[in-house]
Design a protein around this ligand. Sequence first.
Ligand SMILES: Nc1nc2c(ncn2[C@@H]2O[C@H](COP(=O)(O)OP(=O)(O)OP(=O)(O)O)[C@@H](O)[C@H]2O)c(=O)[nH]1
Length: 389
Amino acid sequence: MDGYIGIIVIVALAAVLAVGGLFLLFRPKAKDLPPVETPPEPPAPVITEPRPVGQGERDGGGATTLPPPAEELLRPPPVEVPPPSAGRMVRLRDRLARSQNVLGRGLLELLSRDRLDDDVWDEIEEILITADVGVAPTRVMVDDLRTKVKVLGSRTPDEVRKLLREELLGQVGTDLDRTLHTSAPGDRPAVVLVVGVNGTGKTTTSGKLARVLVGDGAKVVLGAADTFRAAATDQLQTWGDRVGAAVVRGPEGGDPASVAFDAVAKGIEEKADTVIVDTAGRLHTKTGLMDELGKVKRVIEKKAEVDEVLLVLDATTGQNGMRQAQVFAEVVNVTGIALTKLDGTAKGGIVISVQRELGVPVKLVGLGEGPDDLAPFDPEVFVDALIGD
Ligand SMILES: Nc1nc2c(ncn2[C@@H]2O[C@H](COP(=O)(O)OP(=O)(O)OP(=O)(O)O)[C@@H](O)[C@H]2O)c(=O)[nH]1
């Protein structure tokens, strides 16, 4: 019996030891334990730099801003000193180069081809027509170029460029008198009358021209004879205020001829160098409105000669502009063309066609909406911008 008890005790002891060993062997290690939950760190504080205190905040008014003091409201805006006109077209050359890329570089590329067969000449013709050079001038140019290419035979790139440059310059015309008559002999101011159909950019061009002249040192008076559109008068007033030019305005819907007359009278009285008279946009097909324009000019002439009649043409309207130009020329004897929006069209060929049809030179070109984006037209800069250096 004692033997049995001893065996039982030994077995029991062995069992206890075995269970203890197993526990020690498979006990969970620290890294297997579930992580101890620690409270999240509080978010870092957002440190903002103090903003300069605005007037409203200073008063504890949050977003509201106090109006500027009365004397500040009454003070006229500072008068600007615009840059002189010299070199303007060179400055704006890139705009031309971008918009007239096809006309210049396209022609250059085609003329540089080894073989100039009929298909290539057709393409050359198409480029010229598409750029609004006009049918007759296109024919002349293609014939000229064909003859010159034949004479040259094989062509180096420099020869092609020279050939095209000469042809384009010949068509644009280097010997036309492009002088803007903005100063008059004697002691009266020169009078510039600005005319054209609606929306071509007459008011903008009048304002920009005032800047050109003031930049060149002249004293300018502006006449807001566009009494039809109140906004045009305000627009002109803003242009005048910016460069310190007096603006003569009349009542809305008033007689434009009377405003034009008063503007010239003011120019004489103030010993101005130039009076620029902006007129209302009118469709060339409306006889009544065209007669009114004729009257504006005749009434001005009671006071002083009109030295320059600038027809403002929108280059983007293409051949439609030609018809307008003809009618205006019949009524008011146009002496110069201001071609606007040349920055927004590939139809730069209109310079060639309009001069040929009217026999009147392009004197100014508009190359953007900025206040100084109007330049005296320079044929060489124009052609060089088209074909690149
Ligand atoms: N891109 C570009 N826009 C121009 C140029 N010249 C004028 N404009 C824009 O053409 C628009 C019409 O110009 P306005 O001067 O008001 O035209 P307007 O002929 O006086 O208009 P009406 O009095 O209604 O006949 C404006 O948005 C001008 O900024 C130019 O050379 N280039």
